[in-house]
Design a protein around this ligand. Structure first.
Ligand SMILES: NC(=O)c1ccc[n+]([C@@H]2O[C@H](COP(=O)([O-])OP(=O)(O)OC[C@H]3O[C@@H](n4cnc5c(N)ncnc54)[C@H](O)[C@@H]3O)[C@@H](O)[C@H]2O)c1
Length: 248
């Protein structure tokens, strides 16, 4: 059944040039939104804007306050409104604490966590006016600990706490929620062997890795008025990964 839940609305998606962000952009645009994809990958960003009706690309580093101000000004001067903010960009450097450099810790936190704060700080005015929605793309790593994910897990755990806090700060005008994807086959998995992808799928109840569009479906729902009574929650989109007890 075709849906037009975002007709006349404007959305910003960070890290939207590829993967889950690109799927969110395609979904929101297909449902009528004017979508601003922001990313540091200009080639991929310009490609998605060329190939997807309703999507524009604006180069912005999600961890830069100055880039957020420029993006806000551009969107508001073009449309006079902003309804949806999807905070999806991330960075991750793996390692146990003693293996991680301080700059790697900072970079992971700046793009994965601080960016969500900066985005809301820059855009809360129009989001409030529109009675809009914020959706952050978190991770199952916010809920379960796997070796090596020190900085990423801490940043995603912080992101979930931040989203709950945002829901409280900006109620009742802006609903704020997150999704926690499990293993989703995106460009991020480009170097992963087929064997490891099958193994990742076996760790879910559904028995396969997920697709970016399956996360986009959940993001679009939480961003839409259909979710008008939902705020401050985290929705796992993980094929049951969090439910299944994993053997050690
Ligand atoms: N793929 C998975 O299995 C999985 C699982 C759990 C959570 N996630 C989360 O989903 C989100 C998207 O991941 P993905 O798998 O689509 O990754 P991806 O690598 O395919 O896409 C991430 C995008 O973010 C962009 N980006 C990186 N740094 C940026 C910055 N500073 N400013 C703006 N954009 C920047 C990249 O250029 C890229 O286009 C992330 O938040 C990730 O943590 C992914």
């Amino acid at each position: 059944m075709p849906m037009n839940r975002f007709e006349g609305k404007v959305a910003v998606i960070t890290g939207g040039a590829k993967g889950i962000g690109a799927a969110c952009a395609a979904r929101l645009a297909a449902e009528g939104a004017a979508v601003y994809v922001t990313d540091v990958d200009e080639e991929a960003g310009e490609r998605i804007a060329r190939e997807t009706s309703g999507v524009r690309f604006h180069r912005a580093d999600a961890s830069s306050g100055a880039d957020w101000t420029a993006l806000h000004d551009k969107v508001i001067s073009a449309h006079g409104r902003l309804d949806v903010l999807v905070s999806n960009a991330f960075a991750s450097v793996n390692g146990a604490p003693h293996e991680l450099s301080e700059p790697d810790w900072d970079r992971t936190h700046d793009v994965t966590l601080k960016a969500a704060y900066l985005g809301v700080k820059a855009c809360i005015g129009p989001l409030r006016e529109a009675r809009g929605a914020v959706v952050a793309v978190s991770s199952v790593h916010a809920h379960r600990s796997l070796k090596g994910y020190t900085a990423y897990a801490a940043a995603k755990g912080g992101l979930n706490a931040l989203v709950r806090q945002l829901a409280v700060e900006y109620a009742p005008h802006v609903r704020c929620n997150s999704v926690s994807p499990g293993p989703i086959r995106t460009t991020h998995w480009a170097d992963t062997s087929e064997e490891d992808i099958v193994r990742a799928g076996d760790a879910t109840l559904v028995g396969r890795v997920g697709r970016a569009d399956e996360v986009a479906t959940a993001v679009a729902y939480l961003a839409s008025d259909e979710a008008g009574y939902i705020t401050g929650v985290d929705l796992p989109v993980d094929g049951g990964w969090l439910t299944l007890k994993h053997a050690l």
